[in-house]
Design a protein around this ligand. Structure first.
Ligand code: URA
Length: 239
């Protein structure tokens, strides 16, 4: 799947009650601006970051935004306000940002890769258990891992309150107190609960990858976001 762009005239008919010929007239009458500039070219390609206005009213870009955010600590992945700021508060002046939702969730105390979109079908495809996207977390631990931690994670751990053990997962030691954990499912506080089942405690948790898509830590400081590229859209959709 590629990053969506749309011709300006199609964009106008999709976001207003203008017909295609009325949209063309509106363009000729200089009623349409893109990023503050009057545009008359109906074939101009519009993408997620563009701010399109008709008669000074911003128009909604539905199903066009696919974003990668480096989620900082202290932000909540929810649509309602709580006592924490929301990840969507980090999207600045993105047009109609209230239509953007996070693709899955990270805890308030977890940082790292978070995808956001206003395309409900895409969100469903990436989060559906049917597609089992692997997720890679880097955990900083309170104490050294037990000797057979890798085997126990492959076998599956019984978590408090859950009927079934966890699916086979992969644990890789990165240092005396840090490890990568790769999961193929997403239960409530799963990483923290898995390390608790190993007799450990997670001090810090950071998501690095979803599927084959890795967080662009070089370009994105905590709290920064950018649009996914076409190559990244393909990577995250790939099995
Ligand atoms: N597991 C957790 O414990 N927290 C997260 O945010 C994600 C996975």
């Amino acid at each position: 799947m590629s990053v969506k762009t749309q011709r300006l005239d199609k964009f106008l008919t999709a976001t207003t009650d203008l017909t295609r010929s009325l949209a063309k007239k509106a363009l000729h009458r200089s009623e349409v601006t893109v990023n503050g500039e009057i545009v008359k070219n109906s074939a101009l390609q519009i993408q997620a970051s563009d701010k399109v206005c008709w008669l000074d009213e911003p128009l909604t870009l539905v199903g066009l935004r696919y974003l990668m955010l480096n989620k900082p600590l202290g932000y909540e992945c929810s649509s309602k306000s709580s006592h924490h700021p929301l990840v969507t508060d980090l999207l600045g002046d993105l047009v109609n940002k209230d239509q953007v939702q996070s693709v899955g969730r990270l805890d308030v105390n977890t940082s790292g890769l978070l995808l956001l979109t206003d395309d409900g079908q895409w969100l469903h495809r990436i989060t559906s258990p049917k597609y089992r996207k692997a997720k890679v977390y880097r955990a900083t631990l309170a104490s050294a891992l037990i000797a057979d931690a890798e085997e126990r994670v492959i076998e599956g751990l019984q978590l408090d309150g859950d009927a079934l053990p966890t699916l086979p997962a992969k644990l890789e030691r990165l240092g005396p107190l840090s490890a990568h954990l790769t999961l193929n499912e997403g239960r409530y506080h799963q990483v923290r609960r898995m390390f608790a089942a190993l007799g450990n405690h997670v001090e810090a948790l950071h998501r690095e990858a979803i599927g084959r898509l890795w967080l662009d830590e070089d370009a994105l400081a905590p709290g920064q976001w950018r649009e996914l590229t076409e190559a990244e859209m393909a990577l995250v959709a790939a099995q």
